[in-house]
Ligand binder design. Sequence first.
Ligand SMILES: [Zn+2]
Ligand SMILES: [Zn+2]
Length: 364
Amino acid sequence: MLKNEKDHDVVKKIELGPFPYEGMAATNATGDHTLMKLERRALQPKDVAIKVLYCGICHSDIHTIRQDWGPIKYPQITGHELAGEVVAVGSSVSKFKVGSKVGVGCMVNSCRHCDPCTNGFEQYCENGSVSTYAAEDRDGSITQGGYSTLNVVDEDFVIRIPDQIDLAEAGPMMCAGITVYSPLRHWSVGPGQKIAIVGMGGLGHMGVKIATAMGAEVTVITTTKDKTEDAIRFGAKNVILNEDATDFSKYKRSFDFMLDTIPYQHDIEKLLPMLKMNSTLCIVGIGKVTEPHQVGPFSLLKSRSSLSSSGIGGIRETQELIDFCALHKIKPEIKKIPMTQIDAAWKNIFDKKARYRFVIDMKM
Ligand SMILES: [Zn+2]
Ligand SMILES: [Zn+2]
């Protein structure tokens, strides 16, 4: 009997971790990735261990490694568009069981008791939410992201993926999808409105599909001519080519809302006159912190415009987005790559060649 008890303990220990895993880490700011073998923490009562099957590649990963948003420590594994399967659960996990299909987005913890947290806006936690990578976790360790085979996450920051959604396609919903969905919801985009999506990459292409499903008339503003047909296919009614020669005065006071997804510094002043009176331009594409946008004193005054921004979405809202995508059959356009092609994918993203989201397939 004693022997049995002992055996049982051994099994339990393996199930609860710590969990060995492999991940592709950047070892310096140039962003070349190296395979590393590391360990995830042992399960806390509310933790789930997730076998990561897919992880989308977001421009934020690149910004982070290149230290565009501030200094980080290396080696660092990025990736905050995880999708996979639960392989172990802590003793008081109630929302998931072994085998559950799940996703993890840009954050893995927050204080849970401030106003934003208790109202479902954990991303705006007054005490700082913990990012999925390159952030200091509660135990003082640095979080490591989804370019990896396994992760351990508190169940409160895990999203349920319904069966109708392909796991590979669920990944990009976790950051790109929610980042555009949340502002579209907040500014009540819907039928009868004309809105513009500025930039059509990972975020922008999801923005076109989601805003169209919400009933708005969507115009895409892009610098890339060969994205025109895609924009129309995704549901846009119009496309404006954003070139030096473009006469933007033709579109003055055209839009009820504009969502700007360009992930680098660009000319905001060119865009603002296209807003109708009392309308908002919301920036969700974030460039280098050292290269802020320029907005002159009269640019907002002329039609009482608002310039705003928005960060991802809360956990409840992310679940709402996933269910919205399932209901409206919205999918990101993805290209699966093996872990070994991350560096090449990053170069393609930088050269505007992604169509529209690279997703790492851990099995390839
Ligand atoms: Zn992202
Ligand atoms: Zn909080």
